[in-house]
Design a binder for this molecule. Structure first.
Ligand SMILES: [Zn+2]
Ligand SMILES: [Zn+2]
Length: 333
């Protein structure tokens, strides 16, 4: 089967490799779509020994004895390799399983290939009325963002600021509007993405042309109820503290592995009752709740899957992603 490898220095190579062999309890999917993700940047530069791709949907083509998923079922791949028996897994929170040996598509071969093997319990069913692209959007784009937002009680917010409108940030915009948050500011350097945010009824701000704090404080003198940090950088984490109102909440959904130091700390951060929420991925029940929100017409996914490329043109997909003129780009093996 055809598969892509990241060789380092942004070199992507297409090769033919054998179709995966299934271990007990696994199913084989024919990959329908794999979403391009900002978190791939590190392995795009540094190289990776396995087939990358962790935002995957596809159709089940083979199962192992004991599996109940029918051939032909359309599924999205939930990446935490959760144990299924601990108290977190029992409550659907495989993202928090302390026994998870890595993530599918990172610690195992992922979705930049014609076929992918995965444990049956990681194959989440996509409703017949939804597309395989929507299955991908229910993962990092909508799943990761809405999880952080649910923890932050986003539906209670009257105002919010999303910093960074890449796929996860734009997923946050879509979710915030779906749950009825009236004033959603979006700070983003790409005018393409700002236009998509405007389409969701958000208030676009390009901080290269306009002072974000002035813009927000014109209407919200104390700051916003909720800040969603979707860049994953220390300066934007600091910025979140400056933009949130006393008593407000900050949801960190951007990928940031570094130390959260407080060199730029201000007195106001100490005395303002700020709730800081760091979340990871999402729970399995949330996947189905979000699916229902799409089916009910509350959550509009149309603007989120902005482009698509065949696997043979995966390098083009990453070039486009680097320009910022896209939301979620689908690669189709
Ligand atoms: Zn991702
Ligand atoms: Zn577990």
């Amino acid at each position: 089967m055809r598969a892509a490898y990241f060789r380092g220095n942004e070199v992507i190579e297409l090769v033919d490799i054998p179709k995966p062999e299934l271990a007990p309890g696994e199913v084989l999917i024919r990959v329908g779509a794999n979403g391009v993700c900002g978190s791939d940047r590190k392995i795009l530069r540094g190289g990776h020994d396995l087939v990358p791709g962790h935002e995957v949907s596809g159709t089940v083509v083979e199962v192992t004895p004991g599996c109940t998923t029918p051939i032909g079922a359309r599924v999205a791949v939930y990446i935490p390799r959760y144990c299924g028996v601990c108290e977190y897994c029992q409550s659907g929170r495989g993202n928090l399983c302390p026994n998870k040996p890595g993530l599918l598509g990172w610690a195992t071969n992922g979705g930049y290939a014609e076929y992918m093997a995965l444990p049956e319990r990681n194959a989440l069913r996509i409703d017949d009325r939804l597309t395989l692209d929507q299955g991908v959007l229910l993962l990092d784009t909508l799943g990761t963002s809405s999880h952080g937002l649910r923890l932050a009680r986003a539906a209670e917010a009257g105002s919010a600021l999303v910093i960074g409108a890449g796929p996860v940030g734009m997923g946050a915009v879509a979710y915030l509007r779906a749950v009825g948050v009236p004033d959603v500011y979006v700070s983003e350097l790409s005018d393409y993405r700002l236009e998509v945010a405007r389409g969701y009824g958000a208030i676009p701000v390009n901080p290269s042309r306009e002072d974000l704090e002035t813009r927000i404080r014109d209407s919200h003198p104390y700051g916003v109820d909720l800040v969603v940090e979707a860049v994953g950088s220390l300066p934007t984490i600091w910025q979140s503290f400056d933009m949130v109102r006393p008593g407000g909440r900050i949801s960190l959904v951007g990928e940031y592995w570094g130390p959260i130091t407080y060199e730029g700390a201000k007195r106001a951060w100490m005395i303002n009752d700020i709730t800081l929420i760091r979340s990871f991925y999402f729970t399995i029940p949330e996947f189905y709740e979000n699916q229902q929100m799409i089916l009910d017409g509350k959550l509009n996914t149309a603007p989120l899957a902005s482009h698509s490329y065949p696997l043979e043109q995966i390098a083009e997909a990453y070039k486009l992603f680097a320009t910022g003129n896209s939301v979620k780009i689908m690669v189709r093996p």
